[in-house]
Write a protein that binds this ligand. Structure first.
Ligand SMILES: Nc1ncnc2c1ncn2[C@@H]1O[C@H](COP(=O)(O)OP(=O)(O)OP(=O)(O)O)[C@@H](O)[C@H]1O
Ligand SMILES: [Mg+2]
Length: 380
């Protein structure tokens, strides 16, 4: 079935910030030991105050990354309708008096300060993908709940090294159920749902079958029969989707995530599966179409597409998300598998070879490289 309407679901909204700290004896001192990977920072009691430079701030989250790359790849010629749906907490206290706003026709909804911040960052960062916000009463923040977050990547100015602070999104059972019900409503009419990354965590009611592990599989259950799913998740989150009554159409994972599920592959017997698996690492992409990976050495049976050479690897962060977005864009154009795989590899190659990683992807660079490769392929 042709894909025209894509809905990307962001359950773990975040405002991402990249901070850079210098070595400085007076204004705060940091030491990095490359061997052990330990970063030491002097504490406030010793009169040290870190003065990081804020390099950049943007809307993060795995699904948001996929949406942003798709946004960078779409042009006037594409008639793909993509929306990014983000689930947010309701406003509290005086902010309840806020009225919904509108930017370029997109509703900006009253939420917590962090919820409003995330909305602003998403709206500012998306041009062709439509941001849509879903404020869910059950996501109200409390001592036990953390439904929005800021993630901070601390990098050292000299000598490399970085640490990443990524608070978990913490829901309640009720919140998870409310979000699942909301997805059933908003996914109506979508041809493809995209889910990526780890879902939030919560304390499960005893006997409840909606857990963080079954969350993606349960989301699939509430979708309309014709709605397809593309998923990039690891371990148990993914395993539950693969053994569910309903199957995802596209599955993305890196080879490490693939190895984590080796027992599943050994037991699968290569049985038919109504989807496409794309497994990747820096060396390339392995593809299965219509069957589950099988046996002790499953990669050997897949169709292999070597990675494209890159002159310089600057940052591999988000390279997998870039692949995911690239594949979906090209697949939607004509459901040609080889073309979509090669296109996805071009997008990830462009991503790893520029300093801004996924942020530095341009449709022009991708299309130029794809044109060269695809023509060469055709000539062989
Ligand atoms: N070091 C590298 N050199 C060349 N290409 C790379 C390199 N790292 C990644 N790539 C390209 O990006 C693709 C996806 O990378 P990778 O498998 O590392 O993603 P990932 O682990 O899912 O990353 P993330 O989850 O952070 O997005 C690879 O298949 C390859 O085409
Ligand atoms: Mg990945």
């Amino acid at each position: 079935m042709a894909i025209q309407k894509v809905t990307i679901l962001e359950f773990a909204p975040t405002a991402d910030e990249i901070w850079s700290i210098p070595y400085h004896n007076r204004d705060g001192y940091a030491h990095y030991d490359t061997e052990s990977g330990l970063l030491s920072i002097m504490d406030t009691a010793h009169d040290a105050k870190l003065r990081p430079e804020i390099i950049t701030t943007y809307a993060g989250g795995k699904a948001t990354n996929v949406a942003r790359v798709l946004d960078q790849l779409l042009t006037d010629k594409d008639d793909l309708d993509v929306q990014l749906v983000t689930f947010l907490p309701p406003s509290e206290g005086r902010l309840r008096e806020l009225k919904p706003g509108s930017v370029r026709g997109f509703a900006l909804l009253p939420s917590t300060p962090a919820g409003i911040y995330v909305q602003c960052l998403q709206i500012a960062g998306l041009y062709r993908v439509k941001p849509r916000f879903e404020v869910v009463a059950e996501l109200a923040e409390s001592d036990e709940m953390q439904t929005t977050r800021r993630c901070i990547e601390l990098t050292l100015q000299e000598g490399g090294g970085s640490v990443n602070f990524s608070p978990r999104i913490v829901w309640s059972q009720k919140a998870a159920e409310a979000v699942q019900a909301r997805v059933a409503e908003i996914a109506r009419g979508a041809d493809l749902i995209v889910m990526a990354g780890a879902p939030p965590v919560w304390t499960v009611y005893s006997g409840a079958d909606l857990t963080r592990y079954s969350f993606y599989a349960k989301i699939m259950e509430v979708l309309e029969p014709n709605c397809q799913v593309s998923i990039d998740a690891r371990g148990e989150y993914l395993r539950k989707c693969l053994i569910a009554r309903r199957s995802p159409r596209f599955v993305f994972m890196n080879t490490e995530e693939f190895t984590d599920l080796s027992e599943l592959w050994s037991a699968s017997g290569g049985r038919p599966f109504p989807g496409i698996f794309l497994v990747h690492n820096e060396n390339g992409c392995w593809v299965w179409d219509g069957k589950l990976p099988d046996g002790a050495d499953p990669l050997s049976e897949a169709e292999h597409f070597p990675s494209l050479p890159v002159s310089r690897v600057c940052s591999t962060i988000g390279a997998g998300d870039a692949m995911h977005a690239g594949f979906l864009k090209e697949w939607a154009k004509g459901e040609r598998l080889h073309r979509a795989v090669i296109y996805s590899q071009v997008v990830s190659a462009v991503s790893v070879s520029n300093e801004k990683a996924t942020h530095g992807i341009t449709v022009r660079a991708v299309n130029d490289r794809f044109q060269q490769i695809w023509q060469n392929d055709r000539l062989i």
